[in-house]
Write a protein that binds this ligand. Structure first.
Ligand code: NAD
Length: 353
């Protein structure tokens, strides 16, 4: 049913999509009117970053390869120093959400333009959201200066993403879209993108598990990741993201795995209160939304148990307490006992109740 009124926030990032599009990075830097770019990466992707910086010729101002999970401010300060001494006026972030986060942190402090080249399915490149950590605390904010100007989706770069990471990163993206369907500020365009991305991932992820180098499956997954990134940036997230932020922030559980494990449970919890809004999931999977996601997770051998992330049952008590404090707006009231049970199901890897 079409809502009576809504706000569509717009989509302003430029997107260059396709195999081999990495070669267009220089053209895109120049298009932004920038003189040269510092290429960012994690230590694991430093070689790729150096290769890109070399290929950029006079547009490449060097590499900073210290990007880390959750954008620690100490890393950003070191990167800012490298950015200043390099003389660059633009950053190129080559990698997953951690590298994109560092590029955003530099851009919002310096006004530098960003070209992001995502190599996972996390979706950060499409959002004006930045989460940073300092002194063990994570703070998240939104600002227009955080949103990347240009995104280059080169499928070839995702071929190296290990199957296990492809699966969890893909489910992280599915989580953005699933929560987008019942977002309090949803709109019909974002809902279309959400449904399309879940449908695409439900085909792409099993195909990647079967044949990791399949270019068609990789193309479909990256297309889906783009759409779910728009959903994440475009509407408010709810219970699922709150619980994952709680677990990641308090117990340092790995980002994508946490999302993958929690997703069937949080969606099952909310499906009771928003059956109509989650009907597209029922249509895609041919079963209840939570069951459908659990079934998909099993088929693609995704992690399903919080206990495997090193959590204890005592941690679940604490997580349930935090999750019910200042809850995000959610279709179903966030009740402590029900949340504790949901966490227990996820801990044990049971089918969602
Ligand atoms: P990540 O960026 O931390 O990457 C994990 C590891 O995989 C890194 O070592 C990375 O170098 C490596 N890697 C990435 N792509 C690869 C490839 N194609 N081949 C081989 N190795 C590769 O993981 P992530 O899940 O993409 O990002 C998680 C981070 O992003 C979290 O900090 C999360 O909070 C943040 N995030 C932010 C937003 C936002 O909108 N602000 C959205 C999603 C995620």
């Amino acid at each position: 049913k079409l809502p009576d009124s809504f706000v569509f926030p717009g989509i302003t990032s430029r997107v260059v999509f396709g195999a081999g599009s990495l070669a267009r990075t220089g053209e895109e830097i120049e298009r932004l009117g920038s003189k040269s770019a510092l290429v960012l990466s994690t230590p694991q992707q430093e070689e790729q970053a150096r290769d890109l910086s070399d290929k950029l010729g006079f547009l490449g101002a060097g590499v900073f390869s210290g990007a880390a999970m959750h954008t620690p401010v100490s890393v950003t300060e070191a990167a800012l120093e490298a950015f200043r001494t390099s003389g660059a006026d633009c950053v190129v972030s080559l990698g997953g959400g951690s590298t994109t986060g560092l590029g955003k942190a530099i851009a919002t402090r310096t006004g530098a333009d960003q070209v992001v080249i995502p190599t996972t399915y996390a979706g950060s490149e499409m959002t004006d959201i930045l989460g940073e950590t300092q002194g063990g605390r994570k703070t998240t904010r939104r600002d227009p200066s955080i949103l990347p100007e240009t995104v280059i989706y080169d499928i070839d770069l995702t071929l190296s993403l290990p199957v296990a990471m492809s699966v969890t990163s893909g489910l992280n993206a599915v989580a953005h879209s699933a929560e987008g369907l019942y977002a309090s500020n949803r709109n019909p365009v974002i809902s279309l993108l959400a449904v399309e991305s879940i449908r695409a991932f439900s085909q792409a992820l099993p195909a990647i598990v079967e044949k990791p180098q399949d270019p068609e499956a990789r193309k479909l997954a990256q297309y889906a990741a783009w759409l779910s990134g728009i959903v994440l940036g475009g509407v408010a997230m709810a219970l699922h993201h709150k619980i994952c932020h709680t677990l990641g922030g308090t117990f340092d559980t790995p980002h994508a795995e946490t999302h993958a494990i929690m997703l069937p449970h949080t969606i099952a919890y909310n499906a009771v209160a928003a059956p109509g809004l989650l009907q597209p999931l029922q249509d895609i999977f041919g079963m209840k939304p939570g069951q459908g996601l659990y079934d998909l997770a099993k088929r693609i051998e995704a992690p399903t148990r919080l206990v495997d992330l090193g959590l204890t049952e005592a941690d679940l008590d604490k997580a349930a307490d935090i999750a019910v404090e200042n809850p995000y707006e959610n279709p179903r009231p966030v009740e402590r006992e029900a949340i504790r049970q949901l966490l227990q199901d996820a801990f044990d890897g049971r089918e969602p109740s």
